[in-house]
Design a protein around this ligand. Structure first.
Ligand code: SAH
Length: 252
């Protein structure tokens, strides 16, 4: 399954937000990263023109935002919640970096769980009781003497890390770089047959059963994924080795 399809399982929960502009900014931040669900717990002013203005075109996210009286209501349906906090607050929660948090959140979503990213009030942050409803705390590693990001920017950082995690899992392994067409299976088989013959000719096996070494060599060349030109060079080397072995045999 494509991890990007898990986006609806994630929600961004803003608790007791004072400035509606930050709600709009957060809506825009999550929308740019492919998320759509915003939940507001006891916002001071919402809906509000400032929120609309800063949401830019992410008005859908605002229009769909849930508004709740308490954090527990905002978390309904979620089974994994991460509380974002600039400060360590004597709460005995595991502390994660945004990257670690994104990996764990994605793992939960892959298991089918709904995940909440919880953000506090601009001035006071998340209360201890609010953090206590979370499974772990996430701290963006800002400097000690100026640790608070703007709320919407903290949302952006977390949404970005989540998107990176989702893209990382979704992205197919990059194809090997070839300026020549890669060798196909039949060409590889011909090469392995030639390699086996050459190893015989130079008496590499010395009476040992060749199966294991041939499997090892196959693994090595499969990993290298040679292209057709590279295979031609290898065939050339094998042919020369065979020629030398034949010359040596004739001299005996
Ligand atoms: N003085 C408050 C700052 C609030 S900033 C505090 O200590 O938490 C508003 C919200 O943005 C915070 O509640 C938190 O959810 C998020 N935030 C800001 N800076 C952050 C950081 N460095 N790490 C994690 N979250 C941060």
């Amino acid at each position: 399954m494509n991890p990007l399809e898990l986006a609806p399982l994630f929600r961004f929960v803003l608790v007791r937000t004072s400035h509606p502009g930050n709600i709009g900014g957060a809506a825009r931040a999550i929308r740019t990263m492919g998320f759509e669900r915003l939940d507001l717990v006891a916002p001071q002013r919402f809906p509000d023109r400032e929120a609309d203005a800063l949401a830019a075109n992410a008005v859908q996210v605002l229009a769909g935002a849930g508004v709740h009286g308490t954090l527990v209501e905002g978390l309904a349906g979620t089974s994994f919640a991460l509380g974002l906090s600039a400060r360590r607050r004597g709460v005995t929660l595991p502390e994660l970096s945004p990257r670690e948090a994104a990996a764990q959140a994605l793992a939960a979503a892959v298991r089918g769980e709904q995940v909440a990213l919880v953000f506090g009030n601009e001035r006071t942050g998340l209360e201890n009781e609010e953090l206590a409803t979370c499974h772990a705390m996430v701290r963006i590693p800002s400097v000690d003497d100026f640790s608070s990001l703007n709320l919407a920017q903290a949302v952006q950082v977390m949404a970005y890390e989540l998107r990176l995690a989702m893209l990382g899992d979704a992205a197919p392994a990059p194809p090997p770089e070839h300026d020549e067409p890669p060798a196909d299976a039949a060409q590889m088989e011909r090469f392995y047959a030639h390699l086996a013959q050459m190893l015989d000719d130079i008496d590499f096996h010395k009476g040992r059963e060749p199966t294991t070494i041939m499997l090892r060599l196959r693994k090595l060349f499969q990993r290298a994924q040679p292209d057709q030109r590279e295979l031609r060079v290898l065939h050339g080397i094998l042919a020369d080795a065979q020629r030398m072995a034949q010359l040596a045999g004739e001299k005996k």
